[in-house]
Design a protein around this ligand. Sequence first.
Ligand SMILES: Cc1cc2nc3c(=O)[nH]c(=O)nc-3n(C[C@H](O)[C@H](O)[C@H](O)COP(=O)(O)O)c2cc1C
Ligand code: SF4
Length: 684
Amino acid sequence: MNARAADPLMQPFDLRHLRLRNRIVSTSHEPAYAEDGLPKRRYALYHAEKAKGGAALTMIGGSAVVAPDSPPSFGNLHLYEDEIVPWLGRVAEAVHEHGAYVMCQITHLGRRTSNYSGDWLPLVAASPLKERAHRAMPKQAEEWDLRRIAAAYADAARRCQAGGMDGIEIEAYGHLFDGFLSPATNLREDEWGGSPENRLRFPSMVVRAIREAVGPDFIVGLRPAVDDLLPGGLSAAEGMEAMRRLVADGIDFVSVIRGHIDTDAGLAKVIPPTGTPSAPHLDFAGEVRAALGIPVMHASRIADVATARHAVANGLVDLVGMTRAHLADPHLASKIAAGQEHRIRPCVGAGYCLDAIYQGSDTKCIHNPSTGRELHLPHTVTRTERTAKRVVVVGAGPAGLEAARVLGERGHAVTVFEAAHAPGGQLLLASRAPARRELIGIVDWRITELEGLNVKVRYNAYADEESVLAHEPDVVIVATGGVPDTTQLGLGAAARHVIDAWDVLSGAKAPRGDVLLYDDNGGHAGLDAARALIEAGTVLEYVTPERMLGPDIGGINYPLYAKVFAEADTRTTLLHELRSVESRPDGKLRALLYSEHADREVERIVDHVVVEQGTMPNDELYFGLLPGSTNLGEVDHQALLDLRPQTVHRNAAGGYQLFRIGDAVSSRNVHAAIYDAFRLCLAI
Ligand SMILES: Cc1cc2nc3c(=O)[nH]c(=O)nc-3n(C[C@H](O)[C@H](O)[C@H](O)COP(=O)(O)O)c2cc1C
Ligand code: SF4
């Protein structure tokens, strides 16, 4: 048997009557791709891509809701409507066609949603405790609620079965179901609370109602926090005992969770981002598997194949969840099977996928623009059928590298100029912070992918018009990024007294003493700089005109910064603009902050003022090349969106097409830069 055939990850697994082709699973998650609460074509294609990519099982409908008094908190499926059945059927068909199985997670969100959405029905929970993350106050569920909701679970499960799902899974962490199990969230003194027996009554009623509705042959799983890690909460010992009881009620598999999700800090431990240890709960999953003796799956930052293989090889899990890893690369399993592990686009733990849904948007992977856009964008790049072109790409940041990769895959001859000694652009800076080091994977993967393509990357090569034109290019892509520009502050000559976040992140400047950091951008750069300053021992005041700290940073990434701010007791001043900075005879700086609300200025005397404002385009080369281009830089937006070639011709004397992408256009994030590059270059 060759090594690949013996790979523990590639061994089939029998989950009751289903023979799964390998051990790799995408666990339940809601990408917020539902339309009107239904899994329409976009939803189906997103999951079908993973099936096409070799996964054994994909779980849909993260937190699909069973009743209208559980309104979606992030675009979840409406399992309480019969209308969903044929749509589930289409998803099942699309996944089965590629040899994978598909199950749906079902839930009643309890207090983990909003009182002010959907049908505006009052929320219910075991006890009337507010959940901080959603800020909703539930009522204590009455007996008629519990009977009604158990029946709704059963009806939802039946709909999944009728829609051709291969099974369901009950969400049981942070929602209504487990709210009863945990003494931290169940304070009742009636027959539904108090003793372990009483706290199990509702969960057990739900499992039995579902089992009765779907019969003995349909797979019913549970995704519980076996140990919720809450003070006075469900301990591992009690959790394990509760699981035994629920297995006896009809559960076929357990997808192990450890921890709680009612706060950002808790959520980030259950779904850990970059800067945290790999697979933190894997050994615990192994303990659950040993104790329960039924199939166990588990997902929590098992992002690389070696850890996944270890999990299965050492009997810690039967099925390994690699959920964000599939968002980054839905073809992960087939690449393993083909001996191409080194080509898997890595999940770098950026948390952009989760931050997006918690900010009311849909899931996007920071460096895979095709994920969730399968309706319009392919995951693989095919060679052009037209004549190969000579292309010059200027800049090897995320936009430039993505352009080079796609153009190389298309079969073009590409030269990349990079002024620095290494690729990465702003990602080089971002990944200097130890907690965000993994972001460099976005760069490294692209550099590896360039091997074997007709792409030459020249470092320490500052491109000017002459050097670009010396290559006689058919196409020039300017991906020169942006640079911080403190003149935008309106400080006039005083701008010379401030330093920018890049100076801090790169280590070019090392402010000491009292530092005022003014963040008028609200993204990672400002908070990374703040963290670097705190860790360097400065006494920092973080000032922003925003209503909150880092509005572009969602719940998963927030804790990385919040921890450092809390530990250092960092002074934070919201809703203030930086008005002026002047130097004083004693060498200190006097900064004036202005509150529009109070119409007043306040003074700060500090050693340094650091400013983060995003970047201004580094566009000199672009404008220099513009007159010699055929399109004068113009982009046909409709053609871009339709993935058709750009055919704008404005200048008969022009010799090449000219485009600019990423921050060379305007200050935006990594996803925007890569998306710019991908869709433009797919059609070249
Ligand atoms: C966008 C997104 C939405 C999620 N929604 C749910 C959900 O609704 N229910 C659930 O049980 N887990 C949800 N999860 C958690 C995943 O199933 C998984 O446990 C988590 O991503 C950790 O596994 P990973 O490190 O392999 O990604 C979500 C994850 C992501 C990335
Ligand atoms: S956004 Fe980051 S965490 Fe999410 S899938 Fe992509 S690389 Fe992984």
